[in-house]
Design a protein around this ligand. Structure first.
Ligand SMILES: C[S@@+](CC[C@H](N)C(=O)[O-])C[C@H]1O[C@@H](n2cnc3c(N)ncnc32)[C@H](O)[C@@H]1O
Length: 359
């Protein structure tokens, strides 16, 4: 059963889910903020931070035992190829990180969410808290988890085409994105930015995967999952958040794109040289030339090349023929063949062959 909101307590609802049934879990648990009294902005107005009943715990032992319980259940329902992401602040992330390691999770990354519009420290009594931490973990060290590396690169708008790093900049959820009631008051004190959830889901799950959030709040995770074509199970204890969340999810539609399809990370169709020879895209004995047309080698039936009296693979041969320092390069970047009196890259011919297999 998926694409549902379960209005209930995760400690009783998670045990009802089948073992190893979920591909990705995002958890934004109560942080146990321990805020006291009324917080006021410098001009005197009241600031509504997180002082909710659902965020209260009696002691560190109480919070630790709660964390161990839900993390243990999450580990049970997570597939061997799945990922768990947990977000927290200094109040809770060390307890959660320790509990995760106690339970056998294997940590992949910790990510700093640098808030570009943080709430000021109104009293000026300490540094302004301008980040939260995300922990990305898998079931155990041997897990073969999804990481859409190229999709992450494509999403790295700050440093285009560079590897995505572990400091992410997003504004705190505000403006129209913030869910409000009919009086214009915010529904939830800790609604997370949709763009952050989209990034997490896009880089660590596949289209059609199942995403679980055991502390779903305003259903930000469900919204991102639906937008990206993933399924979801959202668990939330407070009915009011479920009601607003339900309306929110109704308004979201799937957005088909290279990111949602994880196109950048789709493995290309296998195309070996002997297969392409058999299919008539290359011919046994034909000349393989470098782009300047000067050096050439001769194609053998097994896809290797005859060059200066030796039979060698085309990648080593390209490095030799180009007189490069590397012993081996990607031959598809260097070799050409003659078609209709023109030099044509063998990469282009391989693409034509792959395209022919798609139809
Ligand atoms: C930090 S908020 C999550 C906010 C959410 N990520 C969003 O973007 O709206 C934590 C949520 O967990 C819910 N919660 C707390 N304890 C719970 C429990 N034992 N089971 C299910 N939900 C719980 C709270 O009601 C609250 O909405």
């Amino acid at each position: 059963m998926y694409d549902i909101i379960i209005n209930g307590d995760s400690l009783t609802e998670l045990p009802k889910l089948p073992a190893e049934s979920v591909d990705l879990i995002f958890a934004d648990p109560p942080y146990w903020m321990r805020t006291e009294g009324i917080l006021r902005r410098t001009e005197g107005t009241e600031f509504h931070g997180c002082n909710d009943d659902w965020d209260k715990f009696s002691s560190l032992d109480d919070y630790e035992s709660f964390s161990l319980q839900w993390l243990k259940e999450c580990r049970r329902v997570l597939k061997r190829s799945g990922s768990l992401w947990v977000i927290g602040s200094m109040q809770c992330i060390y307890t959660i990180g320790a509990a995760m390691q106690k339970l056998g999770y294997w940590l992949i990354n910790d990510i700093i969410w640098h808030k570009t519009n943080p709430t000021p420290n109104f009293t000026g009594s300490r540094l302004n808290n301008s980040h939260e931490t995300l922990i990305w973990a898998v079931k155990d060290r041997k897990s073969k988890f999804t990481f859409n590396y190229k999709t992450a690169k494509a999403l790295n708008h700050e440093s285009p085409s560079k590897q995505m790093g572990s400091v992410w900049r997003f504004p705190v959820c505000s403006g129209n994105e913030r869910l409000k009631d009919s009086q214009g008051r915010k529904i939830h004190t800790t609604q997370k930015p949709l763009a952050m959830l989209e990034r997490i889901i896009a880089i660590s799950s596949k289209p059609g995967n199942l995403v679980l959030d055991p502390f779903a709040g305003t259903m930000t995770t469900g919204a991102a999952a639906k937008k990206l074509g993933r399924h979801y199970i959202m668990i939330e204890r407070e009915k009011i958040y479920c009601d607003y969340g339900h309306e929110r999810l109704k308004s979201i539609t799937f957005e088909d794109s290279e990111i949602s399809r994880a196109d950048y990370d789709v493995k290309p169709i296998k195309a070996t040289m002997p297969e392409m020879i058999r299919a008539g895209y290359f011919h046994e004995g034909e000349k393989f030339l470098l782009a300047d047309g000067k050096e050439y080698a001769q194609l053998q039936p097994d896809g290797k090349l005859l060059y200066c009296g030796k039979i060698i693979d085309m990648h080593t041969c390209a490095a030799l023929a180009k007189n490069l320092r590397a012993e081996r390069v990607n031959g598809f970047d260097y070799w050409c063949v003659i078609r209709d009196n023109h030099l044509v890259s063998i990469r282009e011919i391989r693409e034509n062959y792959r395209n022919s297999l798609k139809h």
